[in-house]
Design a protein around this ligand. Structure first.
Ligand SMILES: CC(C)(COP(=O)(O)OP(=O)(O)OC[C@H]1O[C@@H](n2cnc3c(N)ncnc32)[C@H](O)[C@@H]1OP(=O)(O)O)[C@@H](O)C(=O)NCCC(=O)NCCS
Length: 195
């Protein structure tokens, strides 16, 4: 598959990022409250970094390396965050789920709705066997999203990552395709439009 499918849920449309999204990415992901809770997002968020990140997406999807989505609200169309399989390993049939939601939009279930759509895409569209995700142990809201998605807590890794010079504990969650099929009784997306 060369074109990244668009995923439509009850309230959200997950679509590929475009260069026009860059200023909003810089503003929302560049918020200290978001950047400090993720392993990779820089703070301050440099000019040009969002454009450079977005420019990697299409080729990365074509090569089967990742599937990164702009999370937008259906109707309004505004960008609220990002979700995707940020590292796909075809040989092992697994993908790492990642996401962030801009602070003004926290607490409305958007991360969970987007993450569920991405997990379903991983299994039914990309044919993965396992989806896993990691969060800093000091960020329980992200663990809650993973639990609400039906993932299982698999490990607590002591000082497994380094953020801004500080070693951080990390929790790992995962779900296998068969488990997902058993647990995901409510459809994760309404529509999957192949681009
Ligand atoms: C973590 C994050 C993605 C959650 O986004 P969101 O759209 O608010 O998530 P949801 O509304 O789907 O669910 C959040 C859940 O966490 C819970 N929660 C919030 N703060 C919490 C805390 N301090 N401890 C435990 N649970 C918490 C909420 O109550 C909610 O659970 P509930 O539905 O059972 O009440 C968002 O806060 C974010 O982007 N944070 C910064 C970046 C980040 O952490 N990314 C993930 C890196 S692994």
């Amino acid at each position: 598959m060369t074109g990244q499918p668009i995923l439509v849920t009850d309230r959200l449309v997950l679509r590929p990022f475009t260069p026009k999204d860059a200023p909003v990415v810089q503003r929302l992901a560049g918020d200290y409250a978001v950047a400090s809770r993720t392993l990779e997002i820089p703070y301050p968020y440099p000019d040009g970094a969002a454009e450079a990140w977005i420019a990697t997406h299409a080729a990365g999807f074509r090569k089967g390396l990742h599937a990164v989505y702009a999370v937008t609200r259906a109707g309004k169309g505004d960008l609220v965050g990002a979700a995707g399989l940020v590292e796909i390993n075809r040989r092992h049939g697994r993908g790492e789920l990642g996401y962030w939601v801009g602070r003004p939009y926290w607490g409305r279930g958007y991360a969970t709705e987007a993450a569920r759509a991405v997990i379903e895409c991983g299994f039914s569209v990309l044919g993965l066997h396992r989806v896993y995700a990691m969060h800093f142990s000091r960020n329980p809201a992200s663990g809650r999203v993973m639990a609400k998605c039906g993932m299982r807590h698999e490990a607590h890794l002591r000082e497994h990552g380094r953020k801004w010079g500080v070693f951080e504990d990390i929790d790992v969650w995962g779900v296998l395709r068969d488990e997902w099929r058993e647990r995901c009784t409510v459809p994760a997306f309404r529509e999957c439009r192949v681009g």
